[in-house]
Ligand binder design. Structure first.
Ligand code: ASP
Length: 318
């Protein structure tokens, strides 16, 4: 059995590419890297890689991570600027004995020394998004941080090896140097090939309060199906945050276990995810939390066409 599960519709082309590797008995590390790179490279996905949304200083600072579920190797970069594929740098870092997680100039120095491709990741389209948001924040009562999404994936290959990975530009208009859950092991991602893996998207500051990805893997280790583990982790954290703090941010998670069974949970309207498996073509689902149970529905072609149309629509400066 092999398979991949990923957060958001934007991952579907990536997991399709990854599935070609898995079908040919390739490696879960190669499949997940290629899949995340596809999302990073597509400029119309505005919260990951090239074309990602900038911070408050109009700089694109990116977070990414990679974990190998066999060896438990971890690599991550945070607040890195001007490199094309943060995921590849994270994977490369996972092979080091120490210094596996690097931030900002330290990460850039390493990437430069290792010969990774440099690229100005700030697109004209992202600049328009930025200027529009600056205006909107001044003129209306709008939250500066809304508008973000991380691509997070879990992958199982036909040899039983599992990997997890993330990549994101983080919260739109975040403070310079701000790091979310995505490069933080246990929060944005976790995987153990003997159990399964999980990855998260949403408000990093709140996802981290529950170490949510590790929690899901822990629940699966206790014997829970990934769907039950995801629902329990999201619902409990959502309730806890509301009880203790009066509110909970967006929490959405995907998980797959070592047998290729998967689960998804969210506390928001409109969370989408993508799955491919040995006997299942790449499919996008939409999910809804109905009193604690998450119900998944296959996205229609019309919905998918509309999704792409909106992403690529010309952007006007307001
Ligand atoms: N979790 C990401 C962060 O807080 C953003 C997202 O997934 O939407 O940086």
């Amino acid at each position: 059995m092999w398979g991949m599960i990923a957060t958001w519709t934007m991952a579907v082309e990536g997991i399709t590419e990854g599935s070609h590797i898995l079908k040919n008995h390739g490696d879960a590390g190669d499949a997940i890297e290629i899949a995340i790179k596809a999302v990073e490279d597509f400029e119309y996905y505005k919260s990951v890689g090239y074309g990602g949304l900038p911070n408050e200083d109009m700089e694109v600072e990116l977070d990414a991570a990679y974990m190998d579920g066999d060896t438990l190797d971890i690599g991550a970069v945070a607040a890195i600027k001007d490199f094309a594929n943060p995921i590849s740098i994270a994977r490369r870092l996972s092979k080091e004995k120490v210094n596996n997680v690097l931030v900002a100039q330290g990460a850039e120095k390493f990437a430069h020394q290792e010969g990774f491709e440099r690229k100005n990741m700030l697109t004209d389209r992202a600049k328009i998004h930025y200027r529009n948001r600056v205006k909107a924040v001044k003129e209306q009562d709008i939250k500066p941080y809304s508008g973000h999404d991380t691509v997070g994936m879990v992958c199982l290959d036909s040899h039983g090896k599992m990997t997890a990975a993330t990549s994101t530009s983080g919260l739109f208009m975040k403070r310079k140097g701000r790091i979310g859950d995505s490069p933080i092991v246990g929060s944005g991602f976790y995987v153990d090939s003997q159990v399964g893996g999980a990855s998260a998207t949403g408000l990093g500051e709140d996802l981290m309060k529950g170490c949510i990805s590790y929690e899901i893997v822990r629940l699966m280790k206790e014997g829970m199906h990934p769907q039950d583990a995801c629902e329990k982790a999201v619902n409990e954290l959502d309730i806890k945050l509301k009880e203790r703090r009066g509110q909970a941010g967006d929490l959405s998670v995907v998980a797959m276990n070592y047998q290729g069974e998967w689960g998804v949970a969210t506390n928001i309207e409109g969370f989408s995810f993508a799955v491919v498996k040995e006997n299942e073509e790449p499919t996008v689902y939409l999910t809804k939390n109905m009193n604690g149970k998450c119900v998944h529905e296959v996205a229609s072609q019309e919905w998918l066409d509309n999704y792409m149309k909106t992403r690529m629509a010309p952007l006007v400066e307001k």
